[in-house]
Design a protein around this ligand. Structure first.
Ligand SMILES: [Zn+2]
Ligand SMILES: [Zn+2]
Length: 321
């Protein structure tokens, strides 16, 4: 982080560690995302694009100018135990080093596969009029191609679009890296590895306790994204318990991909994930140091522990954040 003053948090700082931009499949540009985060009163945010770090540098200075600490993040597409898992990596250098190199290599494979798929779609006579709008002048990615296939009614969903390209056109379209390799790269970079949305079921099931134990035996994860918009309150409690049992950190994030896509960023209370924020270099004032304040931008229903601090007025310090 370029500005060290951003590392010292007020007690009621808000945070969203999971957003996407145009560098992957999001609609936010670094500018529009930072502006929206500022309007929500976010104090800390992370951009965690799929297999891309390109928006970190352009967003960082803009965020800093608005008093928002931008945490470098990336959501790496990984594979373990016969399926894909999304791994959130926080705090890695976005321009060099082990995580940058792993992501650059993976991104090159994504672009090569998408380029090949587009050529073969043309060669096989498929009309995909939405393709140009989906790619929008960026390096092509499989996600854009699949999006266009769905928009043009060539496939009903992502799975079918993937099959069309993989099986009919012969271009492997599920590109990932071994989970343990991504965790190792994160640790080599001094970064933190968090398993994304463990309770989101996409047909392959959620992360169960026994599976987590097996996973930890092969890849020393640092934490779980316990607080996630589609997790039920029971899931939040279960994953918080599971994290505590294994000594894992908790994370939180909206997974916002654009305005209302499927939602805007969310203002989680930083106390939910204080150990993770401490690990990322943030410091909190000692308890009792600040006068209490009101709810501010904190969304209380997202806090399963009920630590809403609603009844207290704001301090000047917090208002000046
Ligand atoms: Zn994900
Ligand atoms: Zn995501």
């Amino acid at each position: 982080m370029s500005d060290n003053s951003l590392l010292t948090l007020g007690r009621h700082a808000t945070v969203d560690l999971h957003t996407h931009t145009v560098a992957s499949d999001g609609r936010w540009t670094p500018e529009t995302l930072v502006a929206r985060a500022a309007s929500l009163g976010l104090r800390i945010m992370a951009i965690a694009d799929h297999d891309a770090l390109d928006s970190i540098a352009p967003a960082r200075a803009r965020a800093g100018a608005r008093g928002i600490a931008l945490v470098s993040g990336v959501e790496v597409t990984t594979r373990w135990d016969g399926r894909q898992w999304h791994l959130l990596v926080y705090g890695a250098d976005s321009e060099r080093g082990p995580v940058h190199d792993l992501v650059a290599e993976s991104r090159a494979r994504h672009i090569a596969a998408a380029t090949e798929a587009i050529a073969r779609l043309k060669g096989a006579g498929y009309a995909v009029p939405s393709l140009d709008a989906a790619v929008a002048g960026r390096p092509p990615l499989p996600i854009y191609v699949m999006d266009a296939l769905i928009r043009d009614d060539l496939a009903p969903n992502m799975l079918a679009a993937n099959r069309l390209v993989s099986e009919e056109l012969g271009v492997p379209f599920s590109i990932d890296v071994p989970l343990e390799e991504a965790v190792a790269a994160a640790h080599a970079a001094g970064a933190v590895a968090i398993l994304a949305h463990p309770g989101r079921d996409e047909g392959a099931g959620v992360l169960e306790p026994a599976r987590l134990a097996r996973l930890l035996a092969i890849a020393p994860l640092d934490g779980l994204e316990v607080h996630y918009p589609t997790h039920t309150l029971d899931q939040v409690r279960e994953y918080a318990d599971l994290a505590a049992r294994h000594g894992l950190l908790r994370s939180c994030g909206s997974d916002s991909h654009g305005p209302n896509r499927p939602r805007d960023p969310l203002a989680y209370h930083s106390s939910l994930i204080a150990p993770l924020l401490t690990r990322l270099g943030f410091t909190f004032p000692p308890r009792g140091h600040e006068r209490p304040r009101g709810e501010g931008h904190f969304i209380s229903r997202l806090d399963p522990a009920g630590k809403t601090d609603n009844a207290t007025p704001p301090t000047k310090e917090d208002e000046a954040r």
